[in-house]
Design a protein around this ligand. Structure first.
Ligand code: AMP
Ligand code: ZN
Length: 118
């Protein structure tokens, strides 16, 4: 593990050093419930490999980004929110409220959401 990932909370969740409520896991990606849910379904989907943002993940490994989005859809189906609809959000940078710099898709569902977002 290099210096970039040693202090990363989500790398620690991948390594099972920090507990999480895992809902689904593949060879390349992990889905777990957000500790502070903002909707009845609020799951975070991450690549197991450390990349800070969605754009950096896309540049480094498009297939891995596809794995994350595919797993997000599987989680939505498993939670039964695919029919009513759900939102997938990649917060990127301070104005978007990104606090953990290991890319993660928020999968939100189970209630209606406003647009534009707050
Ligand atoms: P963001 O603000 O987009 O970087 O999202 C980070 C998300 O991680 C927030 O929604 C937090 O509630 C969530 N979070 C922080 N620590 C944990 C944890 N240990 N387990 C699960 N979710 C967490
Ligand atoms: Zn990480």
């Amino acid at each position: 593990m290099d210096a970039n990932t040693a202090d990363c909370l989500f790398c620690k969740i991948v390594a099972k050093e920090v507990p999480a409520t895992v809902v689904r896991e593949t060879g390349t990606a992990l889905a777990f419930r957000d500790i502070n849910p903002q909707a009845p379904t609020h799951v975070l989907v991450i690549p197991k490999e450390h990349h800070p943002t969605a754009a950096e993940l896309a540049a480094a490994s498009p297939a891995l980004l596809a794995d994350v989005v595919t797993l997000a859809a599987e989680v939505a189906a498993e939670d039964g929110v695919d029919g009513t609809g759900y939102r997938v959000v990649f917060n990127t940078g301070p104005h978007a409220g990104q606090t953990v710099f290991h890319v993660h898709a928020h999968v939100l569902g189970g209630r209606g959401f406003e647009w534009p977002p707050g």
